[in-house]
Design a binder for this molecule. Sequence first.
Ligand code: IMP
Ligand code: MG
Length: 194
Amino acid sequence: MAPARHGSPGARQIHCGEVTHDEAIGEVLVPAQDLARRVRELAAEISADYAGKDVVLVGVLKGAIFFVADLMRALDLQCEVDFMAISSYGSLTKSSGVVRILKDLDAVIENRHVLILEDIIDSGLTLQYLLRNLQGRGPASLEVCALLVKPGRSKVDLQPRYVGFEIPDEFVIGYGLDHAERYRNLPFVAALNQ
Ligand code: IMP
Ligand code: MG
């Protein structure tokens, strides 16, 4: 079995695959057990805040897939889940500012409590677009739960109600986050060596 490349505990969990030796995987910024613990904390907070309400979780594809799956399983709440796919990046690592809906919601959200589950907020342009779009559909409430935020770079005034981790201004991969569609399957969040 090959040794882990990184000193962090998160890295040790995938030391048997070829991805371990990929030079693009940089420093582990959020180990797997920290993700698991924080997701449970967020779920407890959300469960308390939304108790007794008609909740629709809106996962933003594809980056939020594991976040949605893990958070939803930890919620002590009756809720639905739906997904939107939005494109703002292509395979580049800088925001284009151009946002397109690739897949819209199936659910009607009028008069319902909507909680957007987003993988990461960088410029905030994607989320700003999404919030304006969903607000126009008349939800009872509309809030954001972002697993990761890069605070220094936000180009818009956005206050997500729930935040998992504030991370440095680096392009990150893993736990759903990709670079050119790769590395989503890493169980931790790591910096991309560019
Ligand atoms: P924003 O519009 O600049 O806030 O970027 C939002 C979207 O870009 C996120 O939902 C991600 O899909 C992607 N993104 C932003 N930063 C990163 C990163 O560091 N790694 C991977 N994807 C990112
Ligand atoms: Mg992406």
